[in-house]
Design a binder for this molecule. Structure first.
Ligand code: ADP
Ligand code: MG
Length: 360
């Protein structure tokens, strides 16, 4: 994989930088700033010698227009906002080093999600280099991640390199002493990771809807709890009776629904975390948005924050849960990727990395 900044002449170059600004926005305010903060080092570095056009998407609002001042504060640079692609080429051709542009929500153009080549060419036209610094979208075969690399020399940004390196370490670390904690709701993205690591870890501790799916499969009555209707299909190929899969032994119920793991499960999980050499956690243990059902999730966050071994987390909700306890800086690595991290850990090839020849 071609990586920045090594060996590339950046002086006076015009760079198309795929950033990750996909943050949650509530009442016009950015409520989780972690992802934008992680973009700052690459922007700082490139701007010292080059001009930079930032391209990114956001799902919470239609346009970046609503959150521009907050983004400027978080990255520590003022920029010019480009709302449409009219005269894009002549605009970018006039750029000089130190200048910064942000193009509006790239997913507003239909060519983006179609990985459309002529759209990708429009983005690349007039620019010298492309840098992908958006690990969290690198599992998407989209124009600003994939097709664009056909038109100008393309490199991995520092964040892509860091993510691939850190998650590569998770894959390569010995099974002994390595545990996974998997919870949350999107079982479809999580079960492939469980399948990939069941033989390459000591155990997998489960919570959330992912646990419910396996409980149902084992024939346990979970009353009205949420589970995936296609659980049978999702679990194909996983030995759901395996002793390595650790299910909660008690729960917090509300109106016949499991909404958190119970005190016995918490104690058992805390013990396992304490003795582990490496813990990888994705997905809250319960409906942590409600304080009444946050104890399981909070206990995992606290236990991990004081463990000696290496501690890695990822997933938007998992990061929010840890951040609200003020514990984010206690972790060895916090992945900006939710789906991308899970796809990487499931052993899938990510189109964004493939385009940069990471796997060669
Ligand atoms: P992440 O973003 O960290 O990958 P997910 O998006 O997969 O995590 O899941 C987080 C969501 O799962 C939260 O909104 C949480 O309330 C929900 N959740 C966790 N446990 C349960 C449960 N037992 N029942 C219903 N929802 C749950
Ligand atoms: Mg989530």
């Amino acid at each position: 994989m071609n990586t920045m900044p090594r060996g590339v002449d950046l002086v006076n170059k015009k760079i198309l930088l795929r950033c990750d600004f996909d943050v949650p926005v509530v009442d016009g305010r950015i409520v989780e700033k972690f992802r934008i903060r992680k973009q700052k080092p690459a922007i700082d570095f490139l701007l010292k010698q080059s001009a930079v056009v930032m391209v990114a998407h956001i799902s919470a609002v239609k346009s970046f227009k609503d959150v521009l001042p907050e983004i400027e504060i978080l990255i520590g640079h003022k920029f010019e906002f480009i709302e449409d692609l009219e005269n894009f080429k002549s605009k970018v051709e006039g750029l000089v080093s130190g200048q910064l542009y942000l193009l509006d929500n790239i997913r507003n153009w239909p060519g983006e999600e179609k990985n459309d080549e002529s759209f990708a060419k429009t983005l690349a036209d007039g620019l010298d280099l492309y840098v992908n610094n958006a690990f969290a979208v690198s599992h998407r075969r989209h124009a600003s991640v994939s097709a664009v690399t056909k038109f100008i020399p393309s490199y991995a940004g520092p964040l892509l390199e860091e993510e691939a390196g850190q998650l590569g370490k998770v894959i390569n670390a010995p099974a002994e002493g390595k545990i996974f904690i998997m919870g949350g709701a999107k079982a479809k993205t999580k079960i492939p990771v469980i399948k990939n690591f069941i033989d390459k870890s000591d155990s997998i501790l489960l919570g959330g809807v992912v646990a419910n799916d396996i409980l149902v499969k084992r024939g346990i009555d979970i009353k009205s709890s949420v589970f995936d209707s296609d659980f049978e299909e999702l679990l194909i190929g996983l030995d759901t009776g395996s002793q390595k899969l650790i299910l909660p032994e008690d729960f917090i119920f509300s109106e016949d629904k499991i909404l958190d793991i119970g005190p016995k499960a918490i104690k058992k999980y805390e013990e396992a975390i304490k003795d582990a050499k490496m813990v990888i956690w994705n997905g809250p243990m319960g409906l942590f948005e409600n304080d009444k059902f946050a104890e399981g999730t909070d206990s995992i966050a606290r236990a991990m924050s004081i463990m000696d071994g290496s501690k890695i987390i990822g997933g938007g909700d998992t990061i929010s849960a840890v951040d609200r306890l003020g514990l984010l800086d206690k972790f060895d690595f916090v992945s900006t990727g939710g789906g991308a991290m899970l796809a990487f850990l499931a052993g899938e090839k990510l189109p964004g990395l493939e385009a940069l020849e990471y796997y060669k």
